[in-house]
Design a protein around this ligand. Sequence first.
Ligand SMILES: Cc1cc2nc3c(=O)[nH]c(=O)nc-3n(C[C@H](O)[C@H](O)[C@H](O)COP(=O)(O)OP(=O)(O)OC[C@H]3O[C@@H](n4cnc5c(N)ncnc54)[C@H](O)[C@@H]3O)c2cc1C
Length: 496
Amino acid sequence: MPWFRNFIHLVKQSPPQRKPAALMAHSPPSLTQLLRHFSSSSSQIHSNHPGSRPTKGDEKPRVVVLGTGWAGCRLMKDIDTNIYDIVCISPRNHMVFTPLLASTCVGTLEFRSVAEPIGRIQPAISREPGSYFFLANCMGVDFQNHQVHCQTVTEGVDTLEPWNFKVAYDKLVIASGAEASTFGIKGAREHATFLREVYHAQEIRRKLLLNLMLSDVPGVTEEEKRRLLHCVVVGGGPTGVEFSGELSDFIKKDVHQRYSHVKDYIHVTLVEANEILSSFDDRLRVYAIKQLTKSGVNFVRGIVKDVQPEKIILSDGTDIPYGVLVWSTGVGPSSFVNGLEVPKAGGRIGIDEWLRVPSVQDVFAIGDCSGFLESTGKSVLPALAQVAERQGKYLAKVLNDVGKSGGGRANGATALDLGDPFVYKHLGSMATIGRYKALVDLRQSKEAKGVSMAGFSSFFIWRSAYLTRVISWRNRFYVFINWLTTLVFGRDISRI
Ligand SMILES: Cc1cc2nc3c(=O)[nH]c(=O)nc-3n(C[C@H](O)[C@H](O)[C@H](O)COP(=O)(O)OP(=O)(O)OC[C@H]3O[C@@H](n4cnc5c(N)ncnc54)[C@H](O)[C@@H]3O)c2cc1C
C-alpha cells in the first residue's frame, strides 16, 4: 500500500531535525531556496498554478475546502465536479474514521481500515486538470480578496523548508475541525498521547508493545514493571471509555495468553473530574461503570493538575504513575480558527442557518469548527461526526444548486435563494465498552424520553451501524475481515 506508507510518513507530528545554518551553507540548495531565488516573493511562485490563481471565465468556478475530516470529505464526495473544480487544503491526505480509531490501538482493527485517502473519496482531485489536493495548513484567510494563505507541511522531508502560498477561491468551505483541549494543564501536550489521528493510535500501540516487552527484561524492578504497564486514560467521555474497554479486552484475552509473565502487572485507570459518559442515560452510565469495573478498569474521580514524564498529579496531591497516558478530555478551537476575524459562537466560527459565515461573502463553515450564531435562535451543535457529516452533505447540495443557477463564481450568489435551511436531528449516541457489549442511547437529548439499551444486542447494533458508515467498500471489507480474524485468532499488536 504505497499511499498508506506515504501518509503515515507525512503525518508524523514531531518537527524534523533541521541542519544547523552553518552546515546548510555548504549543502546543495533546497527546493525552497531555489524557488525563492527565482522569485522575489514566495507567494508569487504559485500565482500561476492552475489550482491557485483566480479562476477565469472559461474555467469552472473553484470550491476551496479546508480540511479532510468528516465534514470536508462528505462535502467533497457530493460536490458536482461538472460544475466546480475542487481544491482541498489539509495537513493530512486522508480522512480518519474516528469512531473506530480506539480499536486500532490494540490491534482489533488495522490502521488502514480507519483511513480513507482523499483521492478515493473524490477521484476528481487527482484526475481533473483544475482540481488539486495541497498538503498544507491554512494559516489565514483574506476574505476581502477571496484568498487563503497557506503553508506547506514538510515534516519528515528533511530537504525542504515549509513555504507559503496563496489560493484564490470562488467559494470557501472551512472544515478544519477542532483541537484536543488540555485546559492548559502543565505537561499534558508534552507527555500525554491524544487519540485523534492514525499516528496517535500507532504511537499508543507502539508504547504499549514496547512496555510489555521491556517489563519482561531482567533488571526491571517490581515498581517499574507496574508503572510501565499502568495505562492511564484521562477523560471519561465516549472516547476515553471506548479506549478503556478495548484495553481491558486486550488485557483479558491477549495479554493473558501472549504475555502471561506480566499479566498481573498490567492495569487500566480511567481518571474523570465529573461523571463518566455524562451525555448518556443514567442507567447506561451505571451499566458501563459496572461492566468496566468487572473487566478490571479502575475509576478515579479527580482533577489532573500536572503531567510529568512518568506520573500525573491530581489536585488532591495524589500521584498516579503511568507507562502509557492517553488524553481525551474533549476539544476546543484551533489557533487557526481563533485567528479568524469573524464573529464566533462559543469559540467556533459563527454561522447562519445555511451554514454561511454571514459577515463575509462566499464563505461557509461546517463541522467541529463552526457553531450557530445566537441570532439564528439555534443552539451550537455538539462536536460530533454525525453533525459534521450531515452538514457536509447539506452544503454540497446547496453549492451544487447555486452552481446550477449560475451563482458559482465569487460574489455571484448574493441574490440567490439557498433553499431550505439546515436542520439537525440527533440520531442518538453509541459507545462500546468491551466484552462484546455496547451502549445505544437513541434519545434526542439527555432530558428527552426514548429508547436506550445496553449489552450484546447494542454491541451488534454498534458494529452494524459502523460497518455501514465506513466510507468505501474496500474499508468495509477490511473492517469486517479484521473483526472476524480478531474473533477467531485474537488481536495482533506486534505489527506496527
Ligand atoms: C477517537 C474519536 C472517536 C469519536 N467517535 C465519535 C462517534 O462515535 N460518533 C460521533 O458522532 N463523533 C465521534 N467523534 C467526533 C468526530 O470525530 C468529530 O466530531 C468529527 O471528526 C468532526 O469532523 P470535522 O470534519 O469537523 O473535523 P475533523 O474530522 O477533525 O477534521 C478536520 C480536518 O481539518 C484539517 N485541518 C486542521 N487544521 C487545518 C488548517 N489550518 N488548514 C487546513 N486543514 C486543517 C485536519 O487535518 C482534518 O483533516 C470521535 C472523535 C474521536 C477523536
